[in-house]
Design a binder for this molecule. Structure first.
Ligand code: GLA
Length: 372
């Protein structure tokens, strides 16, 4: 399969970690439909770590924990599919998963066969407990080959956190997305750290294999496994906007069964999701080369521009850019009509845009080129 745009979905880890079961997955799938997330484009329901028994069965197969999944995995997948959604699961290239359940090392083919049989459409593959004698790229190539030959289209999500120069080899493994960061937590510092780490990694992201900036913490509000301090609504909005603009997968991590309206309106902003899902993936570029308050720009398929002004600092900053920075020099006879994708405000410029940004704030525009 060729992955044309980053996947949108929900993953159990950020909030629930090992507290997962059949009922939670079904309720979350139903909530994805009933809350309007499916209509906004969200598609995948992914069970992360801790779904299996601690040991394989006598045939070497992984066994879903019967207390958590009494009917096994297939009926859960069937239910998710019956709602018009896709179904994802989790394993690891090492001997054990990060939470110490069986990993797929030396069982890649038998596990890929199980995942295919259970109706899995998306597989997140972690990097814990790896045997040191086998290089990471080979571990992921093994899993990539097993998935390519399993008889089912499965989105291959490599999760080696950018370690061991992942960026240099991950595209040779067949991965469709790759985790370019260590784990996210529900704090402003974590969002800022990931945001700044991505600056030099944009050249590795492309259609077919997108950089994955980790799951969203929007709406966790300090609750759940990676909950910690929580963030403000504005910080969540910034986080969502940046992940969308830099073409990261948008995998929700909060409890979507109980979302306040303010959170729902962040993750269902269709204009922002449209930037993330723009059909022609063109590499974002930074026009002011300041990693703590960048201006990110991306050309879009119809000739529009997505423009994000960010301030990760604890003090206000003054941002400015010229339409010439986008390639619209004076001789082009063009102007730019900008729409703020959160407030809906529009304005036109023939030269500069200057904006004052408070700490931890941002502006995200879609710009349309018009004749002067
Ligand atoms: C690692 C991954 C996380 C999550 C946990 C599960 O830390 O990076 O996203 O999958 O493992 O144990």
């Amino acid at each position: 399969m060729i992955l044309k745009t980053p996947p949108l979905g929900w993953n159990s880890w950020n909030t629930f970690a090992s507290n997962i079961n059949d009922q939670l997955i079904r309720e979350s799938a139903l909530a994805m439909v009933e809350s309007g997330l499916k209509d906004a484009g969200y598609e995948y329901i992914v069970i992360d770590d801790c779904w299996a028994l601690k040991e394989r069965d006598e045939n070497g197969r992984m066994v879903p924990d019967p207390e958590k999944f009494p009917e096994g995995i297939r009926p859960v997948a069937d239910y998710v599919h019956s709602l018009g959604l896709k179904f994802g699961m989790y394993t690891c290239v090492g001997e054990r998963t990060c939470a110490d359940y069986p990993g797929s090392y030396d069982h890649e083919f038998i596990d890929a066969a199980s995942f295919a049989e259970w109706g899995v459409d998306y597989l997140k593959v972690d990097y814990c407990f790896r045997p040191r004698e086998t290089p990471g790229h080979l571990l992921y190539k093994r899993m990539g080959t097993a998935l390519a030959l399993c008889g089912r289209d499965i989105l291959f999500s490599a999760c080696s956190w950018g370690a061991d120069n992942t960026a240099e080899w991950v595209k040779s493994t067949g991965a469709h997305i790759w985790r370019s960061t260590t784990d996210i937590f529900d704090t402003w510092e974590s969002i800022k750290k990931i945001a700044m780490q991505q600056t030099d990694l944009q050249k590795y992201s492309s259609r077919g294999c997108f950089n994955d900036m980790d799951m969203l913490v929007v709406g966790m509000n300090g609750k759940g496994h990676v909950g910690l301090t929580g963030c403000t609504e504005d910080e969540y909005r910034l986080h969502f906007s940046l992940w969308a603009l830099l073409n990261s997968p948008l995998m929700i991590g909060c409890d979507i069964r109980n979302m306040p309206d303010a959170i729902k309106s962040i993750i269902t902003n269709k204009a922002v999701i449209a930037i993330n899902q723009d059909p022609s993936y063109i590499m974002p570029f930074m026009i002011n080369s300041h990693p703590e308050h960048p201006i990110w720009v991306r050309m879009l398929d119809n000739g529009d521009f997505a423009i994000g002004l960010f301030n990760y600092e604890d003090v206000p900053v003054q941002h400015h850019f010229s339409i010439a920075d986008l390639g619209l020099n004076r001789i082009s006879g063009k102007k730019l009509e900008l729409t703020d994708l959160w407030s809906g405000e529009t304005f036109t410029t023939e030269n500069f845009v200057c904006r004052h940004l408070e700490p931890h704030s941002f502006l995200l525009y879609r710009g349309t080129v018009k004749d002067v």
